[in-house]
Design a binder for this molecule. Sequence first.
Ligand code: DGY
Length: 422
Amino acid sequence: MTNQMTPTMDEQARAILRGNDRGGYTVPTSGLYPYQWNWDSAFAAWGFATFDVARAWVEIETLLSGQWDNGMVPHILFHRPDPGYFPGPDVWGGVGPVPSSGISQPPVAASFARRVYDMDPDASREALVRIFPKLKAWHQWFMDWRLDQGAVCITHPWEAGRDNTPDWDGAMAGIDPVGVGDYTRRDTSHVDPAMRPTKYDYDRYIWLVQLGRRLNWGDAALLKQNPFRVADPTMTFTLLRAQRDLAALGRALGEDVGSIDAAIQELEAGAETLWNPDLACYDARDVRSGKWAGCVSNASFLNWYAGIDHPGMVAQYDRITSICKYPVPSHDPSSDRFDPKRYWRGPTWGIMNALIGLGLEECGHTDRAEALRQTTGELIRDHGFAEYFDPLTGRAAGGGTFTWTAAVWLGWTSPSRPKGAS
Ligand code: DGY
């Protein structure tokens, strides 16, 4: 029973956003992630828009203030030094206007910008005019440097946001992290190491950062020399969706969106190159070896979010949701690589559920969408605003008081979310 002293879930979620606000940008959670992360900020903007549209635009504009000359928007902006995180700005050696990492992240910002704009067009127009060319240049950078047969590739596991997913196991095994040297991880001092990537993973993460830095983050040099290049469902589906949303925003502004429409066609064709017929699922494809990952992941189910309906994916979705109480797990629970607590090797993530749910609803799978909204809401209500959750028990895992989980609550699962939020 609630009494007047107990804050409601909405109040708690808003307090998390306010508490993680560092002035113009929001950290994912204090301690573990003390900087501005790219896709976390896009979700934060969604959450802010439910009670403060102006603050939502500030979040997106601060993110885009870190855009590099080549159009890339980095995955971390190190606005203020913090020794509690590794690898920091000195390790990355980013070459943009704000100290940053050297890779990008799933481009969901244009999609949330559209949502914020639709919630209050009058209050949003000026900000939209300012950010439109920046979003367009960022998307074009993906089109210029990251495509393989129209599918979007990552050059580092962190670029997809799904750091240690089994999707990359094959590509990671091809890296010999020779010369990586000594370093001290900080993440495992904030969170139980059993919930984080292993040292094997980190050696390769850091080796790839050192390679990028040696090449001064040159796109052409990386394309030639980086052994890690994987065509990824997360990137392909989110960019396809983001291009659709950017085209809609461009039309609202009276801009010429011909090049964006062409990109949409190229990405639609690219998405189909991720269909693994043996797995009967969208899958990651290692561009260097030509091998499939063989993984049913939560990113596989972003097809609906990208506007692609596929009967095979409905069958996969029903199978996966029937074998765990709190879907959608980041890796297939029937696989021997499934690990329910370890980050992207099993846990359920509220943000991925929100994207999957939005897509299911838009493609007409409304019962599935509503069921996912309900179980995700239950997960957050019963287990807190955690970074991720055990898909079998619902137990909270990773960091707590997490910005994007609070945003998902406010924008998608809260019964009192404002009209237009989702
Ligand atoms: C981390 O530090 O764990 C991040 O996922 C990198 O983006």
